[in-house]
Design a binder for this molecule. Structure first.
Ligand code: ADP
Ligand code: MG
Ligand code: ZN
Length: 502
């Protein structure tokens, strides 16, 4: 392979306009596979969830999973697509060891949903419309594990293991029309599109769409045309990019690489490429097959899918509020900036904050705890906010205890620590750890007197009118009470004792 010197991003964009096409595969969360009754549960022993149909044994017959079709229609509707009145499955023929039938049951020229769009919001709030070409139903392949080599890749391996548990799990493939006009923001658009699609899929409840688990993956097609030209260039297709950040980086890298090839007088090869997380680069995969090479033909063993219009309309009525619309509504309710809302979204905190508010917390407090202390702890533990061992109801209870003055922030952090450590509900932690704020004057009085006696010079200053110096005495009392004193009351008591007005 010849390593091409990349052109800088700015130079690339000065001479060329990028065109992108994004193909996203989503694994549906159905209980059973797309064409048989085998379980889709993850983590089972290899090949324990297979049957003659998903192993492609002679004489076996597939049957379509109705929930799979329903999910496809929901996705199509949420993407403003037309839903086919009648469509078929097709066989996409190719040989690959992890595909036991030697063809993938997919859809070709008759997808269930087509001609839609998804509006995506960029970081600065601008909305960019991505047009959808189609969303079609297909099935996943099995999984190969290459053993004995250094890299886990097939090259250098001694043997390969095949697990067909994943073979036949329903997939929806969503393909955009060529995305033009994004210019230098093309990588940002790609990332925002995948992020928005992921939110949408989750809101529809058809998949958890966890990219890190391969439940959602994106192929990034990219080409450049010289500025002013309207003819698309040759595209590369970077396969199976599996994080939002990687989608953005892959697009950016390909823009720079294509520009380098083109500006040195070379031609871009139509090929698939692999993305490398370590340095954000891509390397050549295989030369791209043409559709003819797959010898597509209609699947003879499955009846056509002809969803009744009443059913489609019923599904349309049941669609949830679109994530972008909901986000904008929440952003206004909460009075936060576009940027802050983006951080909340990126942290996966939107639903947690909503649930905390529903459990009675004030919105500012709910945001503060999830985006502050809890985000810090999730970060430390290397997990997602949603994985933390604390529920929105428990966070709401902590907020309530702070609001009624029973806890200050410092104590509240200890309560959260206790809940996360499995010590029980917030009230139980308060009780066990003895964490209540002390605001009772008789309990505080002694500590206040001691602080005054131990800091006579400061006390004199306050008596002489330098009220600001009271902070030092409040600090001393807080220290003596291990942070449990009600700081506002302590300050009042100090000023009272010293005979000055607050
Ligand atoms: P394939 O099966 O070969 O991947 P698809 O039609 O399924 O082909 O997907 C190709 C994707 O690339 C689509 O999103 C399409 O809009 C986009 N695309 C097509 N031509 C170009 C091009 N010249 N440059 C960038 N993207 C393109
Ligand atoms: Mg493709
Ligand atoms: Zn099966």
């Amino acid at each position: 392979m010849t390593v091409t010197e990349l052109v800088s991003y700015e130079d690339a964009l000065a001479s060329y306009d990028p065109v992108m096409g994004l193909e996203v595969h989503v694994e549906l969360g159905t209980k059973t596979k797309m064409f048989c009754g085998c379980s889709t549960e993850l983590g089972a022993e290899a090949n324990s969830q297979t049957c003659p149909t998903c192993l492609g044994l002679p004489g076996s017959l597939p049957v379509v999973n109705a929930i799979g079709v329903e999910s496809a229609i929901k996705i199509g509707l949420a993407l403003h697509c037309e839903i086919a009145e009648w469509c078929r499955f097709a066989r996409k023929n190719y040989f690959y060891p992890d595909m036991p039938k030697n063809f993938q049951t997919s859809q070709y020229d008759e997808p269930i949903a087509f001609n839609g769009y998804l509006d995506v919001q960029l970081e600065d709030g601008e909305v960019f419309r991505v047009e959808i070409e189609r969303a079609h139903m297909e099935e996943d392949t099995g999984k190969s594990t290459h053993v004995g080599g250094a890299t886990g890749r097939i090259h250098g391996a001694q043997h390969s293991l095949l697990d067909y548990n994943r073979a036949g799990i329903p997939l929806i493939e969503i393909v955009t029309k060529p995305i033009e006009g994004a210019g230098e923001r093309a990588p940002e658009v790609a990332k925002a599109y995948v992020a928005e699609l992921r939110e949408l899929i989750k809101a529809l409840g058809v998949s958890e769409a966890r990219m890190e688990m391969g439940q959602m993956r994106c192929d990034v097609n990219l080409s450049l045309m010289p500025k002013g030209s309207e003819t698309f260039g040759t595209r590369s297709e970077t396969k199976n990019v599996n994080s939002l950040r990687s989608v953005e980086r892959a697009a950016r890298f390909e823009i720079q690489r294509h520009a380098a090839v083109l500006s040195s007088g070379g031609t871009v090869v139509q090929e698939t490429r692999h993305f490398h997380e370590e340095d954000g680069s891509t390397t050549a995969g295989r030369i791209k097959d043409n559709a003819e090479d797959y010898r597509y033909f209609p699947e003879p063993d499955l009846v056509p899918v002809a969803p009744a219009r009443e059913w489609v309309e019923e599904l349309r009525k049941g669609l949830p509020e679109l994530p972008r619309v909901r986000r904008n509504r929440l952003r206004e309710d909460w009075g936060v900036s576009q940027h802050d809302m983006q951080s909340i979204l990126n942290a996966g905190a939107v639903d947690l904050i909503v649930a905390t508010i529903e459990a009675g917390a004030d919105s500012a407090a709910a945001r503060k705890w999830w985006m502050g202390e809890l985000a810090r702890r999730a970060n430390e533990a290397g997990t997602e906010l949603a994985e933390l061992a604390i529920t929105p109801a428990q966070v709401a209870r902590v907020c309530a205890l702070v609001a009624e003055g029973a806890l200050n922030d410092k104590l509240a952090r200890q309560v959260i620590e206790g809940v996360l450590a499995g010590e029980g509900e917030p009230d139980a932690v308060v009780e066990k750890r003895g964490l209540a704020v002390v605001s009772d004057d008789s309990a505080l009085g002694a500590a206040v007197d001691e602080a005054i006696a131990a800091n006579a010079a400061i006390a004199d200053k306050i008596r002489a009118g330098k009220v600001a110096a009271a902070g030092a005495l409040v600090g001393a009392v807080m220290k003596a009470t291990r942070g449990q004193a009600d700081a506002a009351r302590v300050r009042e008591l100090i000023l009272e004792r010293l005979g000055v007005e607050g």
